[in-house]
Structure formats: structure tokens, C-alpha cells
Design a protein around this ligand. Structure first.
Ligand code: FES
Length: 108
């Protein structure tokens, strides 16, 4: 099983690199590794919005854009940015090995 790396950057600049299991979501990888700044209150059902991350621009093409349900959740977030995504909706795979995701200052 491959273990792609994910780089989480906190709002204060602190960086955490984790090895994630392919098939997990980025949210699950964050929770498993006790990354601060991801609450994931709904457990990955795309209904809380508290797993918000901002994708580093150079990675957005690989990650893709949100589907309708995610888009609806994101649109409620006052902190939304052009490359915002909900991390429970992004699957870890070799395709995103080395990805950089930024954590927002607050989870709404
Ligand atoms: Fe709730 Fe992602 S964990 S929307």
C-alpha cells in the first residue's frame, strides 16, 4: 500500500508532513495524525464544513473542483477562498503525493 505524503500548513505557518493511506480522505489523514485546525464534526459526510482547507494553487489542477453538495457547503463559509475545498471530499492517492494544503485560521 502506498503512503503519499501530505503537507499541512497551519495558519501560523507551522508545517506538518504526514504519510497518508491511499483511499483515506485528506480529512481522515489529518484526524489520524492529530493535525490541529480540522474539526470534521460530521465525520466526512460533507454536511458540516469544518474540514475546510485551502489548496496550494499549484496543486488545484490535480485536486479538481468541488461537486454540487460540497459547493453548497463551501458557499456558506465566510472564510472561503478561490482554492477552498472540504478535505473529507478529497481522496488520498499517489496522484497527490506531496500536496500542500493550508489550514484556515478558524473552522466555521
Ligand atoms: Fe464535515 Fe467534511 S467532515 S464536511
Amino acid at each position: 500500500l502506498s503512503m503519499p505524503k501530505i503537507n499541512f500548513i497551519e495558519h501560523n505557518g507551522e508545517q506538518h508532513t504526514v504519510e497518508a493511506a491511499s483511499g483515506d480522505s485528506i480529512m481522515q489523514s489529518a484526524i489520524n495524525n492529530l493535525i490541529p485546525g480540522i474539526s470534521a464534526d460530521c465525520g466526512g459526510e460533507c454536511s458540516c464544513g469544518t474540514c475546510h482547507v485551502i489548496i496550494e494553487p499549484t496543486w488545484i489542477e490535480k485536486v479538481g473542483s468541488p461537486d454540487k453538495t460540497e459547493e453548497a457547503m463551501l458557499s456558506l463559509n465566510p472564510d472561503r477562498q478561490p482554492h477552498s475545498r472540504l478535505s473529507c471530499q478529497i481522496k488520498v492517492s499517489d496522484n497527490i503525493d506531496g500536496i500542500i494544503v493550508h489550514l484556515p485560521e478558524f473552522q466555521y
